[in-house]
Design a protein around this ligand. Sequence first.
Ligand code: HEC
Length: 179
Amino acid sequence: MDSFEFNKIAGATLGTCLFVMALGVFSDAIFARPHGGKAGYDLPGASDHGAAGGAAAAATAEPLPVLLAAADAKRGEGLVKPCAACHAFEKGGAAKVGPPLYGVVGHKVAGQTFAYSDALKGKGGEWTFDQLNAFITAPQTFAKGTKMAFGGEKDAKKRADILAYLRSLADTPAPLPAP
Ligand code: HEC
C-alpha cells in the first residue's frame, strides 16, 4: 500500500470517528434531561398516586399514641358490633360468652369473675392500650389458646377507634398515652 492510499484510509477512519462523535454530541443535546432532578423517569401516574399511597402506608405505620389522639369513641361504638355478640359494654353488665368490658382499660388482665382460659390468666399485668391493641389485633397471637373466638381487627385505625370507645367506658377514662 503506498502512502497516498494509507492517507485515504486514515482520513476515512478519522472522518468516521468525527462523525460518530458529532452524532453523540447532537443526540446528547437533543435528548438531554434537565439536571438536578431525581434519578429515573417519572412513570405515568406515579407522581399523583405516589403521595396518597405513601400517606396510607405511613398511616398504618403510625404509633398507637398518634392513632389514639385521632381516634373517635363514637366511631368505635359502631365498630364493636361484632364484639357485642359476646361482651356487655354497659356499667354493671353481666358476663355473656366473654366477660363484661366496662372499665377494662387499666383493669387487671383476666381480673374479673369469669372462667378465663389459662392462656389469658397466665398473661398477668393490666390492660394497657398497647396490650389491648395487641389482643384485638390477633387474640390467638397475643394469648395462644384464648377462649376469645374472634379473628382480630387488622385495621389499626379501627382498632384505635375501638380502644377510644373502650376507654370511654369508665367513670374516669384513663389518660391517653402522650404521642
Ligand atoms: C365469639 C365471642 C367473642 C367475640 C366476638 C369477642 N370476644 Fe372478647 N372475649 C371473649 C372471651 C370468651 C373472652 C375470655 C378469653 C379467655 O379467657 O381466654 C374475651 C376476653 C376479652 C377481653 C379481656 C377481658 C378481661 O377481663 O381481661 C377483652 C378486652 C375483649 N375480649 C375485647 C373484645 C373486643 C374489643 C372484641 C371485638 C373487637 C371482642 N372482644 C370480641 C369472647 C369474644
